[in-house]
Design a protein around this ligand. Structure first.
Ligand code: ATP
Length: 354
């Protein structure tokens, strides 16, 4: 398996280094034949190539089996004409990574303000309220006059169908329950269509139960009784917001892992941003990116039929769970280790497995 790794901005280089150490450990332990190549994007690329991402990099990524994208200073990149392209959007759109899969669960030994839960947010990734990706040309945000702004939200049948199918397929291998989250009381046409299509796709999965919630009520339900949910399928922005909530409910945004998956490509990416406030202090939690990388190995295992990649992914998650319990982790999740030491402890635990 060939992987391209982009360290990213802010805490990116620190959590990427820890992730690489863990991948090297599973590579040794499970004889995966992993090849990891480093590339740059974001501020480093802007400095060197005049653009945060380049077509040459995209072509390289298309030739490999997976991408690990470190957090990017998305907020700094405002003007595409100056090469300031949002790398996250660029890869999601160019590689058609339509499913952003964001698991969240509570861990033994880690205090959570809510009852125990284990769920996955399946977020549509290629359209919705994201002005930078919902138009063929131009941008979905328009300044009509200095005092009037319009943001367009695009919802299409094809994107609803494929994200719904991803959610139902995932639910089949879990607790067989899908919750559709929407705002159809206000967005009657677009979210009405989203709900209808999810129910239609659901008919192909008769063993999976379905319910649906309005997004604002869902936020309350997630705090009150997160254990009631299994797979949550929703549109782009609702998924982005709710998955930060579920990550934090699980203990820390530093546990927020995700994979962006399409038919042919996948990209591991922590669900949080570049957290410049804690950069270069060796305190960021690398588990978000490490667990994202494990999701990428899992995706590749399904795609290639090579079970050792699935075993490696499970081993990373299992050893991480035991280290959270023994508090050999970063401070944000109750431990006392730095970023580097947390990666090293996980790598050591993996190499020590029977
Ligand atoms: P950006 O502008 O790139 O989105 P941000 O700081 O506004 O960055 P996040 O990176 O999502 O947004 O971070 C929000 C807060 O969550 C940070 O201030 C940081 O304290 C915390 N945080 C984020 N990621 C981690 C992490 N891996 N480990 C520990 N704390 C984190």
């Amino acid at each position: 398996m060939k992987i391209i790794m982009i360290a990213g901005d802010g805490i990116g280089p620190e959590i990427s280094a820890a992730t690489k150490e863990v991948l090297q450990a599973v590579n040794t332990k499970f004889k995966l034949g992993l090849q990891i190549e480093d590339e740059i994007a974001g501020h480093a690329s802007l400095k060197m190539h005049g653009a945060t991402v380049t077509e040459a990099l995209l072509n390289k990524v298309k030739q490999v089996d997976g991408l690990i994208l470190g957090p990017m200073s998305t907020y700094d990149f405002k003007d595409e004409a100056k090469g300031e392209i949002n790398p996250s959007k660029f890869f999601r759109k160019s590689l058609d990574l339509y499913a952003n899969i964001r698991p969240a669960k509570t861990y033994q030994g880690l205090r959570s303000p809510v009852s125990d839960f284990d769920l996955i947010v399946v977020r549509e990734n290629t359209e919705g309220f994201y002005a930078d990706r919902n138009m063929e040309q131009g941008n979905g945000e328009i300044l009509v006059t200095p005092d009037v702004a319009i943001s367009l939200r695009r919802i299409t049948r094809q994107c609803c169908e494929r994200i719904a199918r991803t959610a139902f397929e995932l639910a089949q291998s879990r607790k067989k329950h899908v919750t559709i989250v929407h705002k159809a009381n206000v967005l009657k046409i677009a979210d009405g269509m989203f709900i209808d299509i999810c129910h239609q796709v659901g008919k192909e999965f008769p063993e999976v139960s379905i319910d649906d919630f309005i997004v604002d009520a869902m936020a309350a339900h997630l705090v009150r009784a997160p254990q009631k949910f299994d797979v949550i399928v929703t549109t782009n922005m609702f998924g982005d917001i709710l998955s930060d909530l579920t990550a934090e409910l699980s203990g820390s945004l530093g546990l927020a892992a995700s994979v962006n998956a399409g038919t042919h490509h996948a990209m591991a990416q922590a669900a949080h941003g570049s957290a410049p406030d804690i950069a270069n202090q060796n305190i960021a939690n690398p588990y978000s990116l490490i667990l994202s990388a494990a999701q990428l190995l899992e995706w590749y295992s399904h795609r290639s039929g090579k079970s050792e990649f699935g075993q490696a992914a499970k081993a990373i998650a299992d050893v991480a769970t035991s280290l959270i319990l023994s508090k050999e982790v970063t401070k944000d999740i109750g431990g006392h280790l730095g970023t580097k030491e947390t990666g090293a402890a996980l790598a050591k635990g993996l190499l020590a497995l029977d």
